[in-house]
Design a protein around this ligand. Structure first.
Ligand code: PHE
Length: 455
């Protein structure tokens, strides 16, 4: 175990798992989906989904990792058999594909930081036009994505304590400071309270099937469950740590960051008289317009801080996705971390090329005839989205049918002697045994129907 590396303690693990969880979905997807789905009511449903359905799956995934003591493939294989190992391998491959497109969007955030702080992005008159020319400029897209992936690899190559843990110990508190600073500023703006009302006073008539569907999907994605990243992090956790408590803290921290992101964005949006229903454009088009309205100096400071925040959040998620693959090569293929990190990062960069080209003038990548003329980027994002919920569902079935609930309970009792017989134990067993696999199976089917048949 010692030559694989491990977290120095509970705090290191919690910060790293929180770093994995906090990402684009908290600061980009959560606010725009809340804006599109009626505000406060979406927030309430999202929080319920997180605690009722996602938390038990998170606990299960970390427990598999700690009990297996290996990468995602190795842990499934050890606790199950070679066939179950394929589930871990599927997660690793899916993680590689997620990183290939996630890194591109992270690169946009990185690029926006530079464009706003050092170049003239804020003096643009047409922000939508600027965004589309920004993402269709292939040379800058490749450079930003390359540099971002390089930073990710440079961290992972340092190993668990000196790389991943250290990075998150710096990034997570910095993220919180920047976020709180931006909220304090946003709340002083005129009409900020209109944004707060939209965000915090629920209008239950706004609930639709879409609200439930979006909240459920987002809640699984945001906690990074289903691909095995947390199996990997769990395998670096020692037996004395309380998994249930750590998972509860990670869940709460991730939800708090999403909540705070909303608390910053809605006052900004309402005080500028903008609509919160803009969708994905909210962060890259509407916010820069608002930053511009603040004047050249303040706009640069607030806008720069915002995109820096987004970079912090995405970097720690990218790191967990890369580590998922790296752990496999170290544990299963006995390859040295120092070498394999750069090789895998290079492969991921190459896999990401078609996604990047999707935004350029390349019909073979941006108009896939076999996928309803959608682009390659959307294809990868959709397929990996499905793999997350399918992976989560199969993981619950693995625990119930193969590894068995008694072994899960035994693993969760290490570091938590009060666990057996507690309400939490009964709930986790019920959720992993029945509730979550059913829900995840239905959700996976709905996502497939939605993506492929567009219903
Ligand atoms: N949880 C990350 C986010 O919210 C995304 C992610 C998914 C990271 C799966 C790792 C594994 O952006």
């Amino acid at each position: 175990m010692s030559n694989r590396g491990n977290f120095s303690g509970q705090i290191g693990f919690i910060l790293a798992a929180t770093g994995s969880a906090v990402g684009l979905s908290n600061i980009w997807r959560f606010p725009y989906l809340t804006g599109q789905n009626g505000g406060a009511v979406f927030l309430i449903i999202y929080v319920l989904c997180i605690f009722l359905f996602c938390f038990p799956v998170l606990v299960g995934e970390i427990a598999i990792g700690r009990a297996g003591g290996k990468d995602a493939y190795g842990s499934y294989k050890k606790l199950g058999n070679k066939k179950w190992g394929w589930l871990g391998l599927g997660g690793i491959i899916s993680g590689i594909f997620i990183l290939s497109y996630y890194n591109l969007v992270a690169g946009w955030a990185f690029g926006y930081f530079f464009e706003i702080v050092f170049f003239s992005a804020l003096s643009e008159t047409d922000h939508a036009g600027f965004f589309s020319s920004f993402i269709s400029n292939m040379s800058s897209s490749f450079i930003y994505a390359f540099v971002f992936l390089f930073l990710t690899a440079a961290c992972v190559v340092q190993g668990i304590q000196k790389g991943i843990e250290k990075l998150n110990k710096i990034l997570m508190p910095s993220l919180l400071i920047v976020l709180l600073g931006l909220i304090a500023y946003a709340l002083t703006l005129p009409r900020a309270m209109e944004g707060i009302t939209f965000y915090l006073v629920p209008d239950f008539s706004a609930i639709t099937k879409q609200t439930l569907f979006d909240a459920l999907r987002l809640s699984f994605f945001t906690l990074s469950i289903g691909v095995g990243g947390l199996i990997t992090y769990g395998s670096y956790l020692d037996k004395g740590q309380n998994i249930v408590r750590s998972s509860a803290i990670v869940t709460m921290s991730d939800t708090t960051v999403a909540f705070l992101a909303g608390l910053m964005i809605f006052p900004l949006v309402f005080s500028a008289g903008k609509s919160p229903t803009e969708g994905p454009a909210l962060v890259f088009i509407v916010l820069p317009e608002i930053f511009k309205g603040m004047g050249p100096l303040l706009g640069r400071i607030v806008g720069g801080a915002f995109f820096l925040l987004l970079c912090f959040a995405t970097l720690s998620s990218c790191v967990s996705l890369l580590e998922l693959a790296i752990a496999y090569f170290i544990d299963e293929k006995k390859l040295p971390r120092k070498k394999i990190v750069w090789i895998v990062a290079a492969v991921i960069f190459i896999i990401g090329i078609p996604s990047t080209l999707s935004f350029g003038d390349y019909p073979i990548f941006n108009k896939l005839s076999f996928y309803k003329d959608r682009d390659f980027f959307t294809l990868v994002a959709d397929v990996t989205d499905i793999s997350l919920t399918v992976g989560g569902c199969l993981m619950c079935l693995f625990i119930r049918n193969r590894w068995k609930m008694v072994n899960l309970n035994q693993e969760l009792t290490f570091g938590n002697p009060g666990f057996p017989g507690s309400f939490v134990q009964r709930y986790i067993n019920f959720a992993i045994g029945y509730l979550c696999p059913t829900l995840l199976a239905v959700l996976s089917a709905l996502i497939i129907i939605d993506k492929i048949f567009g219903i």
